[in-house]
Design a protein around this ligand. Structure first.
Ligand code: SME
Length: 158
């Protein structure tokens, strides 16, 4: 695997396009889920400096905090609760431009203002979610959805 990350400038699209092959390199030859999720969270944080980026994994019918980068966070989220629990329950990506306007948003930190959550699906089942939070409003769009989905699709499941 590659062990260095080259941080690039440019539009968000250009940044994703430079980052994705590097994430592919990081994942190559490694099948351990936690190791791969940890490196994905670190690579995304290093490139985009988001407030919080990480994974929750489904365990015993709850989302449990997994590999992440950023401030300490809530450890368990029930199905259907908050943006993460909603993404899990609906098995779809949720983009929240202003978390204060999202009924049921779970404020792990009052600094978080906008958020995107994508489900991680294996064999038609949600096994976790990728959650990205920004301290600025309206930071995520279908561009993020598109590229973050590509990253999720690269995760090898051993
Ligand atoms: N805000 C999320 C909870 C997770 S943290 O922000 C890291 C939610 O509403 O699901």
């Amino acid at each position: 695997m590659a062990e260095d990350l080259t941080i690039s400038a440019g539009t968000k699209k250009e940044q994703y396009q430079a980052l994705i092959p590097q994430i592919k390199g990081l994942l190559e030859g490694e099948t351990d889920l936690v190791a791969n999720l940890a490196n994905i969270a670190a690579a995304l944080k290093e490139q985009f400096h988001w407030f919080w980026v990480g994974f929750y994994l489904v365990k015993e019918n709850q989302l449990v905090l997994g590999p992440f980068q950023g401030p300490v966070a809530c450890t368990r989220i029930q199905k259907g609760r908050g943006v993460c629990g909603g993404s899990w329950a609906q098995a779809k990506t949720l983009i929240v431009p202003d978390v204060e306007k999202f009924a049921g948003h779970i404020a792990c930190s009052s600094l978080s203002r906008s958020e995107i959550v994508l489900p991680v699906i294996r064999n038609n089942e949600v096994i976790g979610v990728l959650d990205v939070d920004s301290e600025k409003l309206n930071q995520f769009s279908t561009i993020d959805q598109h590229y973050l989905q590509q990253i999720i699709d690269m995760i090898p499941f051993g």
